[in-house]
Design a protein around this ligand. Sequence first.
Ligand SMILES: Cc1ncc(C[n+]2csc(CCO)c2C)c(N)n1
Length: 218
Amino acid sequence: MKWSEQAWERITPLFNKIVEMPFNQELLNGTLPVEKFKFYMAQDAYYLGEFGRALSTISGRMEKMEHILDFSQFAAGAIVVERALHESYFKTLGIPDSINPSPSCLLYTNYLLKEAKYADVAVAVAAVLPCFWIYKKVGDHIYQQQAEVKNNPYKNWIDTYAGEEFAESVHKALTISDELASEASAKTQEAMFHAFEMASRLEWMFWDSAYRLEEWPV
Ligand SMILES: Cc1ncc(C[n+]2csc(CCO)c2C)c(N)n1
């Protein structure tokens, strides 16, 4: 079995929980309170900037030229999405430009930046993979079901993760993960599973924190 197939098996119970989260259910049926969507958007803009930085770091650590190019294209993709958010949702929803990251957002981005810089590069790739793969799977799930929902105010957002271009990036990220895993020691493969599971858990926390409008306790 491929590394990625085993990795998905490990997070399947968590993925099922993610799909059932109130944030995603209400996004899908269009009833998500706009305050929660705004909070999510603002935090996601911060996330995307840091995610782009982590992808650039990984790009520079890659051995194969093709992988350097792939990861720099992923990095550019994340920043382009961030820019698009600013041009569309930030203006229409009135989100301020300066964003303080929530505890969960900061935990997630700092975890990715730490892995990108200090972990074995195969482990760093495993840490950024849930961002691609879980969004693709959640996006596909929501996209299929929302066809029945009329006038969903969140339709444009849902559509961004159901596109062909995004599907291609996910496929590339998966292929690279499996290639690096096949060249890695058993110990490194295990560390890759751990990073993949940790980042998947942090994806759950990111949605949960948006739904709770998470604040710093002090
Ligand atoms: C918390 C959070 N996690 C994942 C994504 C999805 N995502 C953002 S950029 C990118 C790759 C672009 O090349 C993907 C898959 C998100 N938006 N927010």
